[in-house]
Design a protein around this ligand. Structure first.
Ligand code: ZN
Length: 549
């Protein structure tokens, strides 16, 4: 498909500068949402023997991009090539944005086209572009013996005459998968770590046999490596037709054992954190269940494919295969340097605009990262189940229904904050950083509210923000028009609000929960206006990776 005018020799210059296709005129504003940022491994985490392994990982992972271009929108690759060859300076911007989105559709704008007028097929590149839901469903109903192959997450669907046929990924993307497998084997030969060697060899063969089960299990078992890689088809979001086809992606990362040791310090105190909660025993079950997935802290070195499209991932939980989850569980992985990059490019500028200078100066990445970890582990605190007035047991989720997500997210935030004084006493958090935690807590709220106060996280945050203002812990400074923390009041307000959330969950009384949410869910006009002024601050980063170590 010819999308963009090339510039042939001898052609009339004015004519060639006229775009042949619609191109969104506001491309610079769209690009400005993504601040290009260098992402690299922390040299201090690397031993000399890790470097060749990392380089082999990067070489394998970068080939994943080509597969994902094909999966997202097959004509995208040709458009990319044309833009690369275009002499028009503005086309550099279109090229960059095409690369961010893996195609001509703006992922931040409901996949509306920013080049051309064609709409993205709901089934992306996984199915024939003209295939409808009804046609597919009728076809598999009429051909029950073909259903399994056609609905397999690791096949793409093609038309062949009047038939629909399933092509295994291992065949459809053979040209890319063969060299990827080769590079994974090369990496296996380079590493001295037995668990990594085993995983890499198995993954290399699984990519070619289209069965990922064994190597997914081996990824969970990886032990004592610094550099690691996850590579293959995982998330199914790109398939908006049925949500069953998996997209290829890869994360190359280095384990941060020091950060994980610190985290273990928090986890060792889970029981103490539970006891410390400011509520009666019935609102905190005696036995703290463990976390659903072990937490890992890593530095991102390189990503490719699905995860690199649009907004960057701060953390992931993999694998997705239910069979693997049942047998081995999952791992949750925090990409610490990616979080730090986002923090620097968006949370710092936000805090400089919404906080008084003295508090803006207290917003630190360390404090922000501590809060993210405390949020994550605080999900398991409080009650495990609810006893209804008639004596029956149920889960908080079932009792609070549509309100559960916002309340549970808010609870995780505030319960994490309520345990800060305990962790200071235990020596895990330095006393000197207590104010940083409160200032970062306030600044982080503006980041969440900016993304919208209707979805669970945003609403959970808005409730906390309004409560803290009501109690005078957050104050709008009349002179500067900016917010500040009242450090004399915040500790008490945090404990009180933690109790409110824990009691709402523990009682499991929907009407009471509704009353609590309704009381604090309205954003005042001043805050709305303040959030409006943040529009020009990037919402995310665009990662620029180092290709060699
Ligand atoms: Zn959460």
């Amino acid at each position: 498909m010819a999308v963009l005018a090339g510039c042939k020799a001898g052609e009339d210059k004015a004519a060639s500068a006229v775009p042949q296709t619609y191109k969104a005129p506001d491309i610079r504003e769209r690009l400005a949402k993504f601040a290009p940022t260098e992402i690299a491994a922390d040299e201090a985490l690397l031993a000399p023997e890790d470097r060749p392994v990392l380089n082999a990982f990067i070489e394998a992972a970068r080939l994943i991009d080509t597969i994902f271009w094909k999966q997202a929108y097959p004509p995208g690759l040709a458009m990319k090539k044309e833009l690369e060859l275009s002499p028009l300076p503005a086309d550099k911007d279109y090229l960059r944005f095409l690369e961010i989105n893996f195609g001509p559709f703006d992922r931040q704008d409901g996949n509306m086209p920013f080049i051309g007028t064609a709409r993205k097929p709901a089934g992306a590149g996984f199915y024939p572009a003209d295939l409808t839901k009804v046609e597919f469903e009728d076809y598999v109903a009429a051909h029950p013996d073909e259903r399994e192959a056609l609905e397999n997450p690791f096949t793409m669907v093609k038309r062949e005459g009047g038939r629909l046929v399933a092509i295994p990924y291992s065949e459809a993307y053979k040209d890319e998968l063969l060299p990827i497998a080769e590079r994974l084997r090369a990496a296996a030969a380079l590493t001295a770590n037995p668990s990594l060697k085993k995983y890499l060899e198995r993954r290399a063969s699984d990519l070619l046999t289209n069965d990922y089960y064994e190597s997914d299990c081996l990824w969970i078992d990886l032990k004592d490596n610094r550099p690691e890689i996850i590579i293959g088809p995982y998330e199914v979001y790109e398939d908006s037709l049925f949500g069953i086809k998996a997209s290829f992606e890869s994360f190359v990362y280095v384990n941060d054992f020091e950060a994980m040791a610190k985290l273990r310090g928090y986890l060792d105190r889970l029981e103490a954190m539970q006891r410390n909660l400011p509520v009666e025993p019935k609102y905190k079950t005696a036995q703290v269940k463990g976390l659903d997935s072990p937490l890992n802290v890593v530095h991102e070195v390189f990503t490719a494919g699905d995860t690199k499209a649009g907004v960057q991932t701060s953390a992931f939980v993999l694998p997705n295969d239910e069979k693997v989850r049942e047998k081995k569980g999952t791992k949750k992985v925090f990409l610490k340097n990616m979080m730090e990059a986002k923090f620097g490019k968006s949370l710092i500028p936000i805090s400089q605009r919404v906080l008084v200078p003295a508090d803006a100066a207290k917003v630190t990445f360390d404090a922000y990262f501590t809060e993210v970890l405390l949020h994550e582990i605080s999900h398991v605190l409080g009650v495990n189940y609810v006893v209804l007035p008639d004596g029956t047991k149920t889960t908080v989720n079932k009792a609070l229904k549509d309100l559960n997500a916002a309340i549970e997210e808010g609870k995780a935030d505030i319960v994490g904050m309520a345990n800060v004084p305990l962790l200071i006493e235990s020596g895990l958090i330095p006393q000197a950083s207590e104010e940083n935690l409160y200032a970062s807590y306030l600044a982080g709220m503006f980041r969440s509210m900016r993304f919208g106060a209707t979805e669970a996280h945003g609403l959970g945050v808005l409730i906390q923000f309004n409560y803290m203002r009501e109690k005078g812990a957050f104050v709008l400074d009349a002179g500067s028009g900016r917010f500040k923390v009242d450090y004399g009041k915040i500790r008490g307000a945090v404990r009180d609000l933690a109790a409110e959330f824990l009691i709402v969950e523990g009682d499991g009384d929907y009407a009471k929960a509704q009353g609590f949410v309704d009381k604090y869910r309205t954003m005042d006009a001043g805050t709305k206006a303040m959030i409006e002024t943040l529009k020009d601050i990037p919402v995310d980063i665009y990662p620029v990776y180092r290709m060699k170590y």
